[in-house]
Design a protein around this ligand. Structure first.
Ligand code: ADP
Length: 652
């Protein structure tokens, strides 16, 4: 075959024009793309050789060799994989076969600036060589073909390429990049080695480079004939679990996360089903500094067939599990997966769901192991840990003796965000929540444990939100619950009230804030008490009306309470309204909160309230009652100076 000139398919020409004219923010990616093609070519040879071992010729060891020539200003990436016939070179390097790349090209607008941004997010396979090269020479011979059937393909990346037959002894492909004048920084052992280390370390074949040696005459390092591997040639997650030690998992985690500590636990699974992927997920012991920063995002590393794609694949994990570290290696996503695709693809959605389920299961396991024996769930309780559609294999290893409460202290507040984010897993998440209560100081009580010790006749899970543990615990609203020995969950995380608004019940038992609506203790309140309260309300009616008038700017309503024992008054809001704390928090955060006018509830048995009936200073007393109720729950009187003046005049 004599030398023949061919025209590129129009789309390729368009793509090449863009590649050569774009300012790539990350030109390094050409190494990743070409090494990945070389690795694919070796995979293909291995596969075809299953039926025809002659294809290995006399060189069964597959590898990728990266070398450079400073004088000629070339880099060569060579593989001894399947190779290309002349026709394949014409077809595969002159047209775009991949639908992903074709879609990409069809999105090009012709607007140089916009297209440059778009291309920056893509790997464009073989053509990415033109980011750094003004000319590319490909020499190849298909495995099994005679040595006279070699092919040379040459192109400057503008409209045309030339193809001719050559004699070629080695099978496989070698791609030589003639570097552009401004890209000669790649003519360095260390530069290439470091780029390979970043992007292609996990390629399972050895990537070899010629060893460097100091030359006394030339006074510089020169390349020798000896080759050395510059990648570790084995991706940890692709190995069988039984071949990986705990120490290796831990070292891998530290590398991945930059965390100095061992991980809390990890889970390593090959998931097969509608989409195939490997997941290796780590839970840290301690939150890192970024956890609460506004743009903290989940960050799993995404690989496609062992080729590194991105270090921040946020769509592979929901935001509320952003503390999880790890690697996902997909067999189904295209190598040139774009941001858009990462957001829309069904495969990505399936992976995210699988990852979410896996993490929640890990946490359930840890919680179960950490639970004190007496409070452990019944052994016959069915816990949904099997992944039916994905048929995941493998199990979780965990660090000995670390308990769920320690994990929860670090990450519980983040986990709660999931109630508002992930409706599908709301019940699982609710099962993972822990709280302090009016009778338990440590944050360790689950809804299930609370339910197990509810009083006879109690038909709601009671909780109170507060700015601090002390404020919640000593809140006047708890008085009647304490008196009757009813446990109340204390919620003091900022996110609690928002998160709890998504959870009306836990396993059919409704959740009820003790600071919202009327207290309805249901069967817990006896008839006599109800009667007494009604009578008190009746006889106190004129005073209530006076109070309403005096406080009409502050209180939405004033009524007789059934919640208080020792305190004169407290504030409550209607069911479904923001609590006064939440309204305060929102205001502090500079957000607009609807104006909440609380209801003042008064305890007619209290001496101070009784005094109201006879006092001359009714107005002052009314305001003091209200402002004190506000103070008691951590708020501040609207006009502190007036409050002080009123109290002082009473004291005097
Ligand atoms: P992709 O790899 O995404 O299909 P590329 O543009 O990178 O797209 O490559 C186009 C085609 O060229 C490949 O599908 C493959 O058939 C062929 N090719 C590229 N590099 C090699 C190689 N090193 N050895 C054999 N074939 C190759």
């Amino acid at each position: 075959m004599t030398k023949k000139t061919h025209a590129f398919q129009a789309e390729v020409a368009q793509l090449l024009h863009l590649v050569t004219h774009s300012l790539y923010s990350n030109p390094d990616i050409f190494v990743r793309e070409l090494v990945s093609n070389a690795s694919d070519a070796c995979d293909k040879l291995r596969f075809e050789a299953l039926n025809d071992s002659a294809l290995f010729e006399d060189a069964p060891e597959l590898d990728i060799r990266v070398s450079f020539d400073k004088e000629a200003k070339t880099i060569t990436i060579a593989d001894n994989g399947i190779g290309l016939s002349a026709q394949e070179a014409i077809d595969n390097l002159g047209t775009i076969a991949k639908s992903g790349t074709r879609d990409f090209v069809s999105k090009l607008s012709g607007d140089q600036k916009k297209d440059s941004q778009l291309i920056g997010q893509f790997g464009v396979g073989f053509y990415s060589g033109y980011i750094v090269a003004e000319r590319i020479t490909v020499e190849s011979r298909r495995a099994g073909a005679p040595t006279s059937d070699g092919v040379r393909w040459v192109s400057g990346g503008t409209g045309e390429f030339e193809v001719e037959a050559i004699e070629r002894a080695q099978r496989g492909t070698s791609i030589t990049l003639h570097l552009r004048e401004d890209k000669t920084e790649y003519l360095s052992f260390w530069k290439l080695k470091s780029v390979i280390g970043t992007y292609s370390d996990h390629i399972s074949l050895p990537i070899l480079m010629p060893k460097e040696q100091w030359d006394d005459e030339k006074k510089e390092n020169v390349l020798t004939d000896e080759w050395e591997a510059v990648n570790s040639a084995s991706a940890l997650w692709t190995r069988a679990k039984k071949d990986i030690t705990d120490e290796q998992y831990k070292a891998f985690y530290k590398n991945l996360s930059n965390d100095q500590q061992d991980p809390l636990m990890w889970s390593h699974n090959r998931v097969e089903g509608s989409t195939e992927y490997t997941q290796l997920l780590f839970l840290p012991k301690k939150a890192n500094q970024d956890l609460w920063s506004r743009d903290s995002k989940p960050g799993l590393k995404l690989y496609v067939k062992r080729v590194f794609i991105t270090g921040e694949a946020e769509t592979l994990m929901p935001n509320y599990l952003r503390f999880v570290n790890g690697v996902v290696d997909s067999a189904d996503l295209p190598l040139n997966v774009s941001r858009e695709l990462l957001q829309e693809s069904r495969d990505v959605r399936a992976i995210r769901e699988g990852n979410t389920r896996r993490v929640l299961t890990m946490l359930e396991d840890l919680a179960k192991k950490s639970a004190p024996k007496a409070a452990a769930p019944d052994s016959d309780e069915v816990t949904d840990v099997t992944d039916v559609s994905d048929a995941a294999e493998g199990h979780t290893e965990d660090a000995d003796g670390y308990d769920y409460n320690a994990f929860y202290a670090e990450f519980g507040a983040v986990l709660k965000e999931g109630l508002g984010e992930d409706f599908a897993n709301r019940d699982k998440l609710a099962g993972l929540l822990r709280f302090a209560t009016s009778t338990t100081d440590t944050v360790s009580v689950s809804f299930a444990a609370y339910k197990a010790r509810m009083k006879e006749g109690q038909d709601a899970i009671y909780y109170i939100t507060g700015d601090s543990m002390a404020a919640a615990k000593n809140s006047p609203q708890l008085e009647v619950f304490k008196k009757k020995g009813i446990e109340v969950l204390l919620m003091t995380d900022r996110v609690d009230e928002w998160a709890l608004s998504f959870l009306q019940a836990f396993e059919d038992t409704p959740l009820q804030s003790v600071a919202k609506g009327a207290v309805d203790l249901g069967k817990l309140q006896d008839e006599d008490e109800k009667k007494a309260a009604e009578t008190a309300a009746e006889s106190f009616k004129p005073t209530l009306d006076k109070l309403k008038t005096a406080l009409q700017d502050k209180a939405k309503d004033v009524r007789v309470t059934t919640r208080l024992v020792d305190s004169p008054a407290c504030l409550v809001v209607e069911d479904g309204e923001y609590s006064t704390q939440l309204a305060r928090l929102l205001k502090q955060a500079g957000q607009t909160a609807p104006e909440v006018k609380p209801i003042l509830e008064v305890n007619t048995d209290h001496p101070l309230v009784k005094k109201l009936l006879a006092t001359d200073a009714f107005d002052d007393m009314a305001h003091i009652l209200f402002d004190q109720a506000l103070l008691a729950e951590g708020g501040l009187p609207e006009d502190p100076a007036s409050y002080v003046r009123r109290v002082n005049s009473l004291l005097a």
